[in-house]
Design a protein around this ligand. Structure first.
Ligand code: ZN
Length: 443
């Protein structure tokens, strides 16, 4: 008993001294200090906002103070944000930014940053451009969100039959380069993953024509080398249940996610059909399958996704085709309704939901992640969970949860200052006063 008491005293003492050591050192004259005072801070850790102040030192948050005890360092730039709201910088978990020129990509990313997007997850593009953008955005040579990306691997049929990969392999051959690699059972997966890592990829995206066993092998090798595994929710011929059990960290597109679980045996990808009509008929049959949250297949799928910690990147926005989702009559799409239902059910099963637009910017310059957040709340997420989808959950999908996604000490100072409260109306994420990225205010 005595020992236990001693031990507890000792731990307390140690904790106090550890605390003293981590108290902010505000005397560094070479550092750049910024203080954001009097705002309501929605840190994405707590469910609500709290009045407080944030001290930024260079790129990072030094302290978040909710007790009014913060003393400003000498020479700090101070902003009084009375009446404003601060949320973590938003991350769009599903973009394709390199389908045009480099200049276009830079301009689009710049617009996105000004609209609150401080990080993007590119799901497949020109690896050469992505490597450059990643470096430039990180060091401030270009002004835009931090860029994270995957390379794409798929069965050889995909690269032979689909024109899209060649658009992002100009000057080379899609399927034979590090960012677009065709694989078979004979491929040297260790080499392929190492090459992806070499160009700065965060993940391997496994696309089409990869069976269950090969998916698992790729996934194991990627994780072995410290990369994430991203994929669509279904990767024909492989179903969602085998994708999550195969180790996918983020699974995209809620639309037909559940429907494919009712197919016996392998599922068919778009390239296995002779005509568009055949594809339509196949999908129609799939869509007609009725289910609810207690259906066996549904229960198995979402329980597995929760247990495997696979994130659902819903991309509801792509099912609205630019229509206003707030006007119910505007949307008449089977995929939209199925996607909504899948998200609602996944949320009930406590599957983590991420926020990705699959179209970062529209032609008129609209940044679509904000629409995705509205859609997630229509599907049933609380406003704070919709915010988490675009912040901490997406940070986890990137493996960046230690650096991004919440407002806490030692995370990057990626912050959006809002004029109105997003917990009252999620559309208020668009009511932006300022954006800070890596400690710098974006003009
Ligand atoms: Zn996509």
């Amino acid at each position: 008993m005595k020992n236990v008491l001693l031990l507890s005293l000792l731990t307390t003492a140690l904790r106090f001294s550890a605390h003293a050591q981590t108290a902010p050192d505000l005397t560094d004259s070479t550092a750049n200090y910024v203080v954001l005072k009097n705002a309501t801070i929605i840190d994405a850790v707590s469910d609500t906002g709290k009045k407080g102040s944030i001290l930024i030192k260079d790129e990072k948050i030094e302290t978040v103070d909710y007790n009014n005890t913060l003393s400003s360092p000498k020479g700090a730039t101070t902003y009084d944000f009375e009446g404003k709201y601060i949320i973590p910088g938003l991350i769009d978990a599903h973009v394709h930014i390199t389908h045009g020129t480099l200049k276009e990509a830079q301009a689009h990313l710049n617009t996105a940053l000004k609209k609150g997007i401080t990080g993007v997850r590119d799901m497949g593009g020109d690896g050469r451009m992505l490597t450059l953008l990643q470096k430039n955005m990180k060091i401030g040579e270009d002004i835009g969100p931090d860029v994270f990306f995957s390379t794409i691997i798929a069965g050889p049929e995909f690269f032979e039959q689909d024109p899209r990969p060649q658009q992002v392999a100009k000057g080379a051959i899609a399927g034979e380069v590090s960012w677009l690699r065709a694989i078979t059972d004979e491929s040297d997966l260790r080499q392929i993953v190492a090459e992806a890592k070499g160009i700065g990829a965060t993940a391997i995206k496994v696309y089409l024509n990869v069976d269950k066993d090969l998916f698992k092998q790729v996934s194991d090798e990627a994780k072995n080398q410290g990369l994430k595994v991203w994929s669509h929710a279904v990767v024909p011929p492989t179903k969602a249940i085998d994708i999550t059990n195969g180790g996918s960290d983020v699974m995209s597109h809620a639309g037909h996610l559940v429907q494919y679980e009712f197919v016996k045996g392998d599922i068919r990808g778009r390239h296995s059909f002779e005509s568009r009509e055949e594809v339509k008929a196949y999908r129609k049959k799939l869509s007609d399958k009725k289910w609810d949250e207690n259906t066996k297949e549904v229960k198995e799928l979402f329980t597995a996704m929760k247990n495997n910690n696979s994130i659902l990147d819903a991309t509801l926005f792509i099912y609205t085709f630019g229509l206003d989702p707030k006007v119910e009559d505007n949307v008449d799409s089977t995929s939209y309704h199925l996607g909504m239902k899948a998200v609602k059910t996944a949320y009930q099963y406590q599957v983590k939901i991420g926020a990705g637009s699959d179209e970062m910017i529209s032609e008129d310059g609209t940044i679509n992640l904000h629409k995705e957040l509205e859609l997630l709340t229509i599907a049933g997420l609380s406003n704070i969970d919709a915010l988490r989808a675009a912040t901490i959950v997406n940070a986890e999908g990137l493996g960046e949860e230690k650096n991004m996604g919440t407002i806490e000490a030692q995370k990057l100072a990626n912050l959006v200052i809002l004029n109105s409260n997003p917990l009252e109306d999620i559309s208020n994420t668009q009511d932006i006063k300022y954006v800070f990225k890596r400690g710098k205010v974006i003009e």
